[in-house]
Design a protein around this ligand. Structure first.
Ligand SMILES: [Mg+2]
Length: 225
């Protein structure tokens, strides 16, 4: 894998350890409507936009023959829980160092996140090291036709950096994100979850050609092989 011309970073679960908190918020909201989410449900929600997740949860509630709230009703329960939890998220180990190394090597960087601009503001506020990423594709970006797992977010980020997707390394932790980046034509690095059962389930559903990463500290940007 040649040295990247650009690195495209997912946010949740890749740079910030927010996924357990997002999961907790969906779990509590879904429980409010009488259903308990299993770990495979939570894995399927990772990396997707809030409205896409809400639609998915409503579908599961319908399949479980529970009361199905409107999207607004569901989010009215979920959002306050998420907003309380998310500012406490910590950096993923090695993330600040990996970003700093990109900037040091002059590699272009972008954030490619399903989170809305407002949600990123909330989550990123305690993390000044994220300010080094100027180019950002948010889930509610006006130029975005479809969210992850569609290829649009990574395509848009690569276009804004004027780097062809095959010269971009995408860093993802979710199925939706890995499929999105791969379909866009990027070189994809997937950070595996610590939990062995989740990692196994994730790997089984990844697109072909992803490079698996156990820790961000393993990533070597200087390779010229
Ligand atoms: Mg993610």
């Amino acid at each position: 894998m040649a040295r990247p011309a650009a690195c495209l970073f997912d946010l949740d679960g890749l740079l910030l350890d927010t996924e357990p908190l997002h999961g907790q918020a969906w779990q509590q909201a879904t429980r409010h409507f009488g259903m308990e989410l299993a770990s495979h449900h939570l894995l399927a929600l990772r990396g997707r936009r809030r409205l896409d997740c809400a639609e998915q949860v409503r579908q599961w509630l319908a399949e479980a023959e529970r009361q199905v709230p409107s999207t607004d009703e569901l989010l009215a329960v979920r959002q306050p829980i998420a907003e309380r939890l998310l500012p406490s998220a910590r950096p993923i180990p090695g993330a600040p160092e990996l970003l700093a190394r990109c900037l040091e090597l002059g590699i272009a960087v972008a954030l490619v996140t399903s989170s809305s601009k407002a949600a990123v503001g909330l989550k990123a506020a305690p993390h000044p090291w994220l300010a080094g990423i100027h180019e950002r594709v948010y889930g509610d970006d006006p130029e975005l036709a479809a969210g992850k797992p569609a290829p649009d977010p990574f395509r848009l980020a690569a276009a804004r950096l004027s780097v062809p997707p095959p010269r971009c390394w995408a860093f993802e932790d979710s199925l939706a994100g890995a499929h999105s980046a791969r379909a866009a034509g990027c070189q994809v690095h997937v950070l595996l979850p610590e939990e062995a059962d989740l990692a196994e389930r994730l790997v089984a559903q990844l697109p072909k050609g992803c490079r698996l990463v156990r820790e961000l500290t393993e990533v070597n940007l200087s390779t010229d092989d």
